[in-house]
Design a protein around this ligand. Structure first.
Ligand code: MLC
Ligand code: AMP
Length: 501
């Protein structure tokens, strides 16, 4: 057996052939014995569309069982899976296509993508209901059940995340990264084939793909999937599941429903939160309502999961992200990269078999964050206590996390600066009761050319909805430090009450 993670999944599912693998909107789609057949048909279709080992396949579509089959088929082909947010605009997709240089772009019929013929990339369609030209082709072919042998350091996926420059960078994840991480989570969170995971996270991000989906496939645990998070649908299905995971917004929204009760959650053994900070007040309200202590963990696209609170209920401490996963090391360092004593806040660095192989075709960006000693600069700040437990204090990177989606101010600032009459721009996050943080912008103008309508039009054309500033404030001047740098902390403070409940 090779290190192709699909081989690992299939081997671990073998003894559980009769068990439902995927349940979609309440109906069984396939058992574990039937799964390779579905994947094999998509693999055969991909081969007809020119997909071979090492080529990139980009996907821009909503969750569906066909998304899962396509994902596994890409990996089984030895190709590299490159998902993106289904909400991206054509301009955002174009940048990623240029960078990833995929042989095939699979997208929903009614979604924004650059027109075919503008690049070397072939097109196939796949919609949220599973229909599309890819599925038509797959169902017309016999399954190709072969799984391409891959080594642990061969690439499985590239997930785009951004940085200080505003241009997205592709984190190159290997089969070894993904395999080691899911094994560590399986052990830490005590998964078994008796579990049923209620899955409603987007499959195009690390959380939904490498944590929720992988844990089901690795544990041979049934994945009860929903197209997206919907509090009422989640509450209706909780009785059929044993594990639920999500971003903090899921938990705040569940708590808003009177139907979310101790009884509704009685069958769940584990609620997990991550991707953004879980407020201690939400942790406390959740415990008071349900009796469950949410287990918070910390991760990144580049590293998959890094730390987790312990499984034992009493060990789940609000505000802390717990201990490094088995095989992972975390260091807290000062400006000179020397390790700081317990209790002192510094930059969080990590090392482990889960750390990705660098940024796709970005040697300079890779060198900035991946040190020769094997440690990676997370851009988060925090401290450890005497026992090694990690608490995140903030971020040294300029990043807004809105409803679990990352928004990079630099990307939006660059765009807003293009509007005629704009002099200076600052994009920053303010507290938001539903999304945790909301995107805000402030500008100063010069001359008479500036028109808000022109700015609104550019934002609508170029930016996915979740990145769009909720408000653009026009200021007379920016608060600045002695060096002339805009003080975003002052702006955050000025506008912090904008969404107060
Ligand atoms: C949707 N909208 C958002 C938004 N999601 N705006 C800001 N932030 C978001 N996250 C917009 C919609 O476009 C819409 O705009 C309006 O908000 C209301 O939409 P909605 O119907 O209420 O939103 P919904 O579709 O319910 O989506 C909210 C959500 C979703 C929380 C369910 O954002 C979500 O699934 N988030 C999970 C993200 C995630 O998986 N992150 C993991 C990254 S991996 P309008 O104006 O049209 O009304 C990672 C590593 C790790 O970080 O550690 O896990
Ligand atoms: P992404 O680039 O989408 O992978 O986002 C990774 C970032 O999300 C991390 O660097 C953290 O800033 C943040 N993050 C993930 N999990 C947590 C958590 N439990 N608490 C606070 N921040 C988190």
């Amino acid at each position: 057996m090779s290190d192709n993670i699909v081989d690992t999944f299939y081997a671990r599912q073998q003894a559980h052939g009769a068990k439902p693998a995927i349940v979609w909107n309440g109906a069984v789609v396939c058992t574990f014995a039937e799964l390779p057949d579905h994947v094999g048909r998509y693999r055969a279709a991909l081969a007809q569309l020119g997909v071979t080992r090492g080529e990139r396949v980009m996907v821009k579509t909503e969750n569906s069982p066909a998304f899962v089959f396509t994902y596994l088929a890409v990996l089984a082909s030895g190709a590299i899976f490159v998902p993106m947010n289904a909400a991206y605009t054509a301009a955002e997709v174009e940048l990623l296509v240029e960078d990833a240089d995929p042989v095939l772009l699979i997208h929903a019929d009614k979604t924004a993508v650059p027109p075919a013929g503008t690049d070397r990339t072939a097109r196939a369609t796949l919609n949220g209901d599973g229909s599309g030209s890819l599925t038509d082709l797959a169902t017309s072919l016999s399954p190709d059940l072969a799984v391409e042998p891959m080594a642990a350091n061969d690439l499985a996926a590239i997930l785009f995340t951004s940085g200080t420059t505003g241009r997205p960078k592709g984190a190159m994840l290997t089969h070894g990264n993904l395999g080691s991480n899911v094994a560590a989570l399986f052990e830490t969170w005590q998964f078994s084939s008796d579990d049923v995971i209620l899955h409603c996270l987007p499959l195009f991000h690390a959380h939904g793909l490498f944590v929720a989906l992988h844990l089901g496939l690795f544990s041979a645990a049934t994945l009860r999937m929903l197209p997206k998070f919907d509090a009422a649908k989640v509450i209706a299905q909780l009785g059929e599941a044993s594990v639920f995971m999500g971003v903090p917004t899921f938990y705040t929204r569940l708590l808003e429903s009177a139907d979310f009760t101790r009884d509704a959650t009685a069958g769940i053994r584990l609620f997990i939160s991550g991707s953004a900070p879980l407020l201690p007040s939400v942790f406390a309200a959740f415990e008071a309502r349900t009796g469950h202590r949410i287990l918070e963990r910390y991760g990144m696209t580049e590293t998959v999961m890094i730390t987790s609170n312990p499984y034992a209920q009493a060990g789940r401490i609000p505000g802390s992200v717990g201990y490094p996963l088995p095989g992972v090391s975390v260091r807290i360092v000062g400006a000179d990269r020397s390790e700081l004593p317990a209790g002192e806040v510094g930059e969080i660095e990590m090392q482990g078999p889960n750390l990705c192989a660098g940024y796709w075709r970005r040697a300079e960006a890779t060198a900035e964050s991946f040190y020769p000693d094997g440690f990676f600069r997370t851009g988060d700040t925090g401290f450890k206590d005497e026992t090694g437990r990690v608490t995140i204090a903030g971020r040294s990177k300029d990043l807004i996390i809105s409803g679990g989606y990352n928004v990079y101010p630099a990307e939006i600032e660059m765009l807003l600066a293009e509007v005629p009459g704009v002099q200076d721009v600052a994009v920053f996050g303010v507290p938001h009761p539903d999304f945790g943080e909301a995107v805000m912008a402030a500008i100063t103008t010069e001359g008479t050319a500036f028109e808000m309508a022109a700015m609104d039009a550019l934002i609508a054309e170029k930016l996915a909805r979740f990145k769009q500033p909720k408000t653009v404030h026009v200021l007379d001047e920016f608060p600045r430090n002695a060096m002339g740098k805009i003080l975003k902390n002052v702006l955050r403070d000025t506008y912090k009450g904008s969404f107060a409940k």
